[in-house]
Design a protein around this ligand. Structure first.
Ligand SMILES: [Fe+2]
Ligand SMILES: [Fe+2]
Length: 143
């Protein structure tokens, strides 16, 4: 499956290329999932796309936390908790889709909230570590 970058906006860029690429991939996978819900795709297809999103989100969070750990980032603990919260929400969303179906208003509301969480997390929380990581690990924006 090819990634689209349809809902990615440049103002979500944190300035570290590798991280930006991963964030774009999360948004692309979120869009696939979200559009399947909106198109009234079957529950099986929606759940497969949710898993596709979940798998990559786990990879990104682990890589990001690894970078924060290597750089000695002091806010790693709270940051990790935020990631955990999002993964818990994904698990709740999965149960909700199984119980109520993808078109249910509760599913739509949770989905909308989770997309907003991603934006807020990238803009307000991920952005906080950039200067520290770039300074500590001697990486530049191209990595
Ligand atoms: Fe993060
Ligand atoms: Fe991130």
């Amino acid at each position: 499956m090819q990634s689209s970058q349809s809902s990615w906006k440049d103002d979500l860029s944190c300035g570290i290329k590798g991280i930006d690429h991963q964030h774009q991939e999360i948004f692309a996978r979120f869009d696939y999932f979200s559009e399947a819900c909106d198109d009234s795709a079957g529950g099986k297809e929606v759940l497969a796309l949710l898993e596709y999103l979940d798998n990559y989100t786990v990879v990104h969070f682990a890589e990001e936390e690894g970078i924060l750990e290597r750089s000695g980032y002091p806010e790693l603990g709270p940051h990790r908790k935020q990631h955990r919260k999002f993964l818990d929400e994904l698990a709740r969303l999965r149960v909700q889709i199984i119980d109520d179906g993808p078109a249910h208003s509760g599913v739509q509301a949770r989905k909308k909230g989770m997309r907003q969480w991603l934006v807020d997390h990238i803009v307000n929380v991920d952005s906080e570590y950039v200067a520290h990581v770039v300074g500590s690990l001697s990486i530049d924006g191209d990595q």
